[in-house]
Structures are given as C-alpha cells and as structure tokens.
Design a protein around this ligand. Structure first.
Ligand SMILES: Nc1nc2c(c(=O)[nH]1)N[C@H]1C(S)=C(S)[C@@H](COP(=O)(O)O)O[C@H]1N2
Ligand SMILES: [Mo]
Length: 326
C-alpha cells in the first residue's frame, strides 16, 4: 500500500476541514459557478457526473443495541477523524480524498446479490438488509496494514446471520466480497492502482465467526460514503483492507478468492492478513501502531497485539503456520 511520509519519516494524519455541511456548501458554490459559466478545471469531473453528485444522501440516524461482549473499552476515535482519514482507493489515494470525493456515490437504490454455492441465492435491497437481523452497536479496533489504528462504534450484525439465510452448500469453502466499481461515481476507478473491482475474501469459518460484522452504520448514523456506504464488512482481527467497502455481491465459492491486494502484491499482502506483530510487512515492521486522534508528535506508538487483541479467533488457525499463511 502507498504510504505518504513526511520528511521526518512520520506519516502524519491529514486534518481536513470537510464536513457534510462544507460538502453541501461547496455543492451550492459549484452549481452557482455552473450558472455563471465559470467552471474551473477542478470541477470538470464533477460536472460530467453531476447527476450522481446531486444524489449524495445525507447521514441518517441508525442505532443498534450496544453488544457489551464486543465493545472495546479503548477511547473512541472522534467521528471527525474516522470520517476524514480514510482508505478508499476508488475515491483517490490520499487519506483526505474519500471524504472530499465520495459524495458522488449513490447509495440508494442499492442491492447486494448473494450467489454461488448456496441453496437460496438472493438479491437483497438495503431495506431488506437493514431488517435481516437486529442491529447491534459494536466498538471495534481497526488496524490498517500501514501502521495506524482507530476505535470506532459500528452498527450492524454478524455476517453469520446472512449466511444462515442463504444456506451454503457443502462446497462453500470461501466467501468472496465484490465491491462497486463504477467510473461514473468513483474517480479512482479510472486509475490502474488496483484491478477493479476491489475484491476481498474470507474462509467460510472466518466469515461465520460472530466478530465478522456486516456493517450498515457507525457512530449512530448510516455509514458516510467515504467509510463504505451503504454496506461494508468489518473484520477487526485482520488488517483493515480485508474490511471491504460498498459491497454489491457476496459469492460462496470452492476456491480461495483472488483478492485485490493479494493480486497486486502477493509477497506483501497474503490472503489471511491477520494482524500479527510477529510477521513484518516486507517493507516495514508491524510491531507497533499509531492510534489516530492521539498522535501528537511525541506520542509513543502502541504495541500491536496478536489478532489486534481479538484472541478468541486463535482457534480458527490451530495447526496453521501464520508466518507462511500471512
Ligand atoms: N472497496 C474498498 N474497500 C476498502 C478499501 C478500498 O480502498 N476500497 N480500503 C481498505 C483499507 S486499506 C482500510 S484500512 C479500510 C479503512 O476503513 P475506514 O476508512 O472506514 O477506516 O477500508 C478497507 N476497505
Ligand atoms: Mo488499510
């Protein structure tokens, strides 16, 4: 993954002034500029996509009942940081790009198609997904492979609830998650930094682990577009890139899926990608991390914990060499 470093070698978070309010204001300005015939170069892409641009949905309240079994006690990352310091390459490579660009993502209507090795394939719209199981709030640590982490209150339910409904066949050994790749809504999809669509995958037992969260909201609201609206995965014991955003298809398959990051750099990003302080990335250590929001210049880094501190999952990997299966 690409990491921007400041000259002193510390990659500093980008503090952006973008708020939903600011987004609306810039949209109003943009429309005014259009009317005045004074469209500058930077607005050209938005002009070409102004239908999608106008469709960005404002956040709506979405609450879940706090599940105390899955509520990390760490101090929560402020919403402002969690929604402006993002990785979502479909909207650009800089941490501030998704918050600036993702307003063009149209999240309704939205469907997720579930297919492959299941007895009951189905296509669910957002309302069906919201009703599929009781919504819970879970406070999860999420650690990016780049060496930073956040603590966020997510809203959703265990993916296993959905898996139950579609009745996987005995051939379903893995689950593949395919995310939206639409050039008209996502400026980054025109770049060739990854093979689009962004695809991720889990072994079926990982997908069925109760920690694996099908996520529809955060901080008591529907997901901001930049955080993967309208539906994403959060797999807290794995590096953040396993938590695919803006999912449109879930496929149950026999063979290990070819995931986007593994295809792009197999020696750097394995299929498992469990958080593991003992297995370094070939280009940097994974022993410690910066917690976004508490990273003053002299702030000591935190020690990274095995499985990001979610030790319960260890039984999924008994007998597996985690140095080889990174
Ligand atoms: N579709 C898609 N999903 C994605 C990514 C992406 O670029 N595209 N980036 C991943 C990475 S590297 C991380 S760290 C997390 C970040 O999630 P957050 O921005 O909500 O913290 O999303 C993951 N999901
Ligand atoms: Mo990441």
């Amino acid at each position: 993954m690409l990491i921007k470093r400041s000259p002193n070698g510390i990659d500093l978070p980008f503090s952006s002034e973008i708020t939903p309010q600011a987004v609306y204001e810039s949209r109003r300005r943009f429309i005014a500029q259009m009317a005045a015939g004074a469209v500058a170069g930077g607005a050209l892409w938005e002009m070409a996509n102004r239908e999608a641009f106008a469709a960005a949905a404002p956040a709506q309240k979405l609450v879940g009942k706090l599940n105390p079994a899955y509520a990390a006690l760490d101090k929560q990352t402020p919403f402002k940081d969690a929604s402006t310091y993002n990785n979502f390459y479909e909207f650009g490579l800089d941490k501030s790009d998704p918050a600036q660009n993702a307003h063009t993502l149209k999240t309704r209507p939205w469907t997720v198609t579930i297919e492959g090795e299941v007895k009951k394939p189905m296509t669910l719209d957002l309302d069906a997904l919201l009703k599929l199981a009781p919504l819970e709030e879970r406070v999860y640590r999420l650690r990016c492979v780049e060496g930073w982490s956040m603590v966020m209150p997510w809203v959703g339910y265990s993916l296993s609830e959905l898996i139950k409904k579609v009745e996987p066949t005995g051939n379903a050994k893995y689950v593949e998650f395919v995310t939206l790749a639409d050039k008209a809504q996502m400026p980054g999809v025109s770049s060739r930094v990854l093979n689009w669509p962004y695809v991720e995958g889990l072994r079926i037992d990982e997908a069925n682990h109760p920690l694996t969260l099908l996520t529809l909201g955060m901080y008591g609201q529907t997901l901001p577009n930049q955080n993967g609206a309208p539906v994403r995965l959060v797999v807290p014991w794995k590096y953040g890139f396993k938590s695919a955003k803006s999912i449109v298809k879930i496929r149950f398959v026999k063979d290990q899926p070819r995931t986007a990051w593994n295809v792009s750099a197999p020696s750097e990003y394995g299929f498992y990608s469990n958080v593991n302080p003992e297995v370094d990335h070939p280009r940097w250590s994974q022993a410690s991390e910066r917690r976004i929001g508490e990273d003053g210049f002299f702030q000591k880094k935190r020690k990274t914990l095995m499985f990001n501190g979610y030790g319960d999952v260890a039984s999924l990997y008994s007998g597996l060499d985690l140095k080889k299966n990174f």
